[in-house]
Ligand binder design. Structure first.
Ligand SMILES: [Zn+2]
Length: 261
C-alpha cells in the first residue's frame, strides 16, 4: 500500500513531466518557425506542398534526404497535432507502396500523422479497392501528388521472375500483374530483379495515368501529378525515376526548381 508521501512524490513527478513536455512543445514550435533551422533541415511548407504537387514532391525528396543523412526530425507526432487532425486531414501525397516491412513511407520520407495517404500491397499491385482508395485521396481529400514507390530486392517481383504462371492461392494475382515487368531483360540475379522492380513501377505509373474515369482525366488536365520512385534498401535513398518525370502534361502549377537533380 502506498503511503501519502509516495503518492505526493508521484503527483509531483507527473506535474513536472507535464510541465517539461509543455516546454518541449513550445521549444519545438519555435524551432519549426525559425527560418535558419528550416533551411538547414530542408523544410518545405506543408500548405504549399498540399497546394502544389511539385512542392509536395520536393518535400518528399528533402524528407528522404534528412532520413538518409540520419537527421530525421520525426515531425507532427505531438498531442496538439493529433488533436488538430481529429477535425480533418489534408495529406499532401498519396503513396502506393509495397507491404514489405522495411519500406514504411512515413519513416523513409520523415513525415508523420496527416501527411501521407498510403496504400500498400505486395509489389504495390493494384486492384479495384486500391484504385478506389487512391481516387478518394485525389477527388475527395484533394491530394495532388501520387507516388508509386517500389523498392530494391522486392520479394513479390522476385517471385514473379521465379515462379510459374499459376502458383497456388491468391498469390497468382500478384504474380500475373507483375509478370510483364520481368520480360525484356535477360540478365541474371539481382540485376534482373532490380531492372524488373523499376519496370514494374513505370508500368504502374502508366496504369494510374490511364485509369478511368477519374485519375486519367485529372492527370491529363494537369490537376494531379503521378510519378514513380524506387527505395534502395541498402542506402535508404529514394530515386524518383526520370522516366516518370518527363513529358508531363501542362499544369497551372509552377514546377520551377522543383524537379531536383
Ligand atoms: Zn516488395
Amino acid at each position: 500500500m502506498q503511503t501519502a508521501k509516495q503518492i505526493l512524490m508521484v503527483a509531483g513527478l507527473l506535474a513536472s513531466t507535464t510541465f517539461a513536455s509543455a516546454q518541449n512543445n513550445l521549444a519545438t514550435k519555435e524551432k519549426y518557425q525559425d527560418p535558419d533551422w528550416r533551411k538547414k533541415n530542408y523544410i518545405i511548407n506543408r500548405d504549399s506542398a498540399y497546394a502544389n504537387p511539385y512542392y509536395a514532391l520536393q518535400k518528399l525528396r528533402w524528407g528522404n534526404q534528412r532520413f538518409t543523412e540520419g537527421r530525421s526530425i520525426h515531425p507532427r507526432q505531438d498531442r496538439e497535432v493529433i488533436n488538430e487532425l481529429s477535425k480533418g486531414q489534408k495529406p499532401f501525397a498519396t503513396i502506393v507502396g509495397c507491404s514489405d516491412s522495411r519500406v514504411s513511407a512515413e519513416i523513409l520520407f520523415d513525415q508523420c500523422f496527416g501527411d501521407l495517404f498510403v496504400t500498400r500491397t505486395a509489389g504495390q499491385v493494384m486492384a479495384q479497392a486500391s484504385y478506389g482508395t487512391i481516387e478518394y485521396a485525389s477527388a475527395v481529400l484533394n491530394t495532388k501528388l501520387i507516388v508509386v514507390l517500389g523498392h530494391t530486392y522486392c520479394g513479390a517481383v522476385d517471385a514473379a521472375i521465379k515462379l510459374p504462371e499459376n502458383p497456388p492461392g491468391h498469390v497468382v494475382t500478384l504474380i500475373n500483374r507483375i509478370k510483364p515487368a520481368t520480360m525484356g531483360y535477360f540478365g541474371q540475379g539481382n540485376h534482373r530483379l532490380n531492372y524488373a522492380v523499376r519496370q514494374n513501377v513505370i508500368n504502374q505509373v502508366k496504369e494510374l495515368r490511364e485509369l478511368e474515369p477519374l485519375l486519367s482525366r485529372m492527370y491529363y488536365k494537369g490537376e494531379i501529378l503521378i510519378v514513380g520512385g524506387v527505395y534502395d534498401l541498402e542506402t535508404g535513398k529514394v530515386e524518383f525515376l526520370p522516366e516518370t518525370l518527363v513529358d508531363l502534361p501542362a499544369t497551372k502549377f509552377s514546377n520551377r526548381d522543383m524537379m531536383g537533380k
